[in-house]
Design a protein. Sequence first.
Lengths: 520, 455
Amino acid sequence: MSTPMNNVGRPTRLVSGTGAAVETFTGNRALMLEEPLLFERGAADGCGVDLAPIPPVPDRLGGLARNAAIGLPGFSEPEAVRHYTRLSRQNYAIDLGIFPLGSCTMKHNPRLNEKMARLPGFADIHPLQPQATVQGALELIDVLADWLMKLTGMPAVAMSPKAGAHGELCGMLAIRAALDARGDERRVVLVPESAHGTNPATAAFCGFTVENIPANDRGRVDLDAMLARLGPDVAAVMITNPNTCGLFEPDLKRISDAVHAAGGYVYCDGANFNAIVGKVRPGDLGVDAMHINLHKTFSTPHGGGGPGSGPVVLSAALAPFAPIPFVRRTAKGLELVEEDTAGTHAADSFGRMVAFHGQMGMFVRALAYMMSHGADGLRQVAEDAVLNANYVLASLKDLYTAPFASSGPCMHEALFSDDFLEDTGLSTLDVAKAMIDEGFHPMTVYFPLVVHGAMLVEPTETESKANLDQLIGAMRHIAEAMLADPDAWRAAPHFAPRRRLDETQAARKPVLGWKDEAAA
Amino acid sequence: MRYLPLSTTDRQAMLATIGAPDIEALFADVPAEARLAGPIAGLPHHASEMAVERALMKMAAKNTTASTAPFFVGCGAYKHHVPATVDMVIQRGEFLTAYTPYQPEIAQGTLQVLFEFQTQVARLTGMEVANASMYDGSTAMTEAVFMARRITRRAKCLVSAGVHPHYTSVLKTLTRFTGDIVEAATPVLTPGAPGHDLDALIAAIDADTSCVVVQNPNLFGHIADLTPLAEACHKAGALLIVVVTEVVSLGAVKSPGEMGADIVVGEGQSLGAGLLFGGPYLGLFACREKHVRQMPGRLCGETVDASGKRGFVLTLSTREQHIRREKATSNICTNSGLIALAFSVHLTLLGEKGLRHLAALNHARAVQLAERLGRVPGVTLLNGPFFNEFTLELGREARPVVRALADKGVLGGVSLGRLWPGEKGLASGMIVAVTETATDEDFDAFEDALDEVMG
């Protein structure tokens, strides 16, 4: 029989039969390419840059020249591009698909943001240039600050904190400074047990003692327990709203009023602001300080672990204690208030939190996003985020245990537990790993701690209904199949670049950098 | 609204599935008096991509960029040429739009980069291990002081007068309520060694000292042999923390590790990041292996998967806030992952050969300019040994000089008066940084402008 020809006259043949998978010589699997470490491939004299010749002048290094080998291999440009491109393909990302990490707000990152952040007028200016040469940069910070104050209904904002946890530190330092200014020695901070781990860690850094307040059976702060604990020793309450169960705290205003009456302050963790932006202003709920993760609500990318940006809005009571530097409008233009003028304009400031003025690159991205959406669009953001989460909750709650679904709608994220897997020997971890094989990033797992085997799904507003239907379909399939045949589900993922990784070994005998064979 | 995929039909269908009459029903937990009836007043409504571009370009155009002026500003942020490949890599969506690698099976790209980054940082600083990054150099320095306290169980920290004053300021802010004692002196512009105070630091070390913090090259550009200081620290049971704000120097100057440092922190902005008006930057953090369990921040480690293949995971997380809560080594969560990638790509493109060349080029150019400016009437070069940054004594207040230079189109340096307002003894100093980006024409323009302003 002659070889069949395709329509351009070349030989073609469809594979018949199954054919066993073979081990490849390279370890690669077609488009799935293994990539060795830089230190295994790069040459000591490899280099991908061309530099000007070094002028022959006697050195002034005072006999401190570094002579010993450093051990930094290099790549030519084509090798470098291929190394990092291959590595990039082993990552999941929002650009590839839905990334429903609860509490992390993985929404689409608009490319306009990236383009604007790279304008030389923002990217190629030095933090210590004379202020007259950076008026446009100060203007951008000032305009962004105005948006943040209006969106939150708060009278002041500190722009310099570098990320959410750093913003928490800023807010709690302001509270500590305000207490010290009035000679008040109260030191207890109340934190709901469902709080992010950063809350108690931050409070401890400000010299406070942390006490937990339990949740009620509706997933909210136990109001009675909270009110009962207030007193002259309570410095502040740290509360997340919407909380980490994805639920609005309906009593926040009552709590705030009671905390204020007792002489304390209210810190609100704003990690979940995406659910209420444009719909509710935290200032109307009696909040004294709240950080805003620009990398969550305002779409700046997470970059595989940062950079973030965590401006903190402040009440009138805390505003005088805000950190330096800050931007101030004057008759002559915009002024960056640093140490020199702080004595005059910010005598009560608790000080400086970072070397320079904050995350300018993130400010540009966030403002581009806010201007794109406008006040009307941001409101729609919150509505769609909440709609998407409730759609997921409604579509899964018959299969997945939804501990608080009976108490009404959720906000921007839907919380499930793995109680439905009881008796299967499977748990939340197995659901997460099965989702990887289905082409999704898993939801946040085992957080918040108040629910057994928590699965926190935050779809965000940038997922279409079709994407959600596919996610829901896959999650229903996984749950049904796990209940029908648990044993088939203990080893996922099967199709990811790696199978389950041994985290115990990694921690027991840490290998935190490459060591040459000869040296090892 | 281009970022929102749901159509009105979708929304209706989804509400029907949920069983809610309208969207407001989903906000039922929000007390009615706190619910806004419509868009927040005083803010514009949505805008096209083009309109946003126009508005932001207008703001950007008001700034004088480093590439359009003879530029010599340093003091903790340096203008270096960043290869085009760096930005191409960090704009790949798989890196840009990923999260912290909590699911290692589908985050090996980020994790392998972090493993390579940690190795590069450890070798560059001459240390054994490095973490996956901190916010910036100043916060990394503060975390190092906290770490030294945990290790030594002592509370007193001695800070060299040669440390960037903003870094010391951050340290003072963040230790206000932790019980740490920070002792920092005002610098002296000693000819030949501005800001150098190693002898005073050695004399001040006592049984309560947890650590000594010293910057090398120091803020004034001076470089010093830290070996005697390291020996004095170790004799007293204290740790030596070395701060490096210009990492390119590590391609020319003996590393802190070689001089006996216990913890090295740094600002990594010089490689990969660009100036960015101060952020996002990159905090570097490296130490000796024996102290790794007291380190702050994320760590990436090697392991194997279920089929025996090598892979990488975040590890030793029992130090961190999400496990240890109020007992964590730090409250840090998000760090500077993408800037760490940019740093690593830039350093990979340089390699050891390129880094050494770049460092030597920076040094030689700085030596050339220092000698030229030192000959301008009224100007004295204060430095003996330095890397790519030096301090000039102008014999008059430097702040107006820097402004006058800017008026002449030259971004000529940083006045000490801006960094230490009110310190009369420092007011006449100006710090000048020279990198590979400055041309001979820039040198001429700077020298001429300084000559005119001083004349």
